[in-house]
Design a protein around this ligand. Structure first.
Ligand code: HEC
Length: 142
């Protein structure tokens, strides 16, 4: 009788270990699969935006137009900002795809624009676009 007990306990412990080992492997795989897929990180986007802030803010025009409400807006339509004719006439609507092209190479998307700044890293672009959408997607406050 005495020898049965430890064996059972050991067997049970092994079952638990095998089960949980597999479960945590699956969990690990799921966790690792996630960030690579899309996951734009608005918090990191806020860091990237610090470089934009040389010329932009959400509330006020500076060297560049203000960004309040920029996501979903037609390019070149902040009323009190003097755009280049090229951007003003572009008819672009700012969304994920157009912003990505713009930030990768403004001159290529809108020849003649006066924004001379680009973001090389695709991840940085995705993150700052997410930040623009979250912070600048609302209707601009007057
Ligand atoms: C060196 C100054 C400068 C920096 C840095 C800069 N921009 Fe600009 N940006 C401009 C200027 C100038 C314009 C207006 C371009 C025109 O009229 O052709 C502009 C226009 C834009 C527009 C179009 C807005 C509209 O109302 O149509 C967006 C969007 C934009 N910038 C996003 C960004 C983002 C995001 C960053 C940072 C990753 C950034 N810019 C960094 C100068 C800058």
């Amino acid at each position: 009788m005495r020898s049965v007990l430890p064996r059972t306990t050991r067997a049970r412990a092994m079952t638990v270990a095998r089960c949980c080992g597999l479960a945590s492997l699956a969990l690990l795989a799921a966790l690792q699969a996630q960030p690579a897929a899309v996951a734009a990180d608005a918090a990191h986007g806020a860091q990237v935006y610090k470089t934009c802030a040389l010329c932009h803010s959400f509330e006020r025009n500076g060297a560049g137009p203000k960004h309040a409400g920029v996501f979903g807006r037609t390019a070149g339509t902040v009323p009190d900002y003097r755009y280049s004719p090229a951007l003003a006439k572009s008819g672009i609507v700012w969304n994920d795809a157009t912003l990505d092209k713009w930030l990768a190479d403004p001159q290529a998307l809108v020849p003649g624009t006066k924004m001379f700044f680009n973001v090389d890293s695709a991840q940085d672009r995705a993150d700052v676009i997410e930040y623009l959408e979250q912070k600048g997607g609302a209707v601009p406050t007057p």
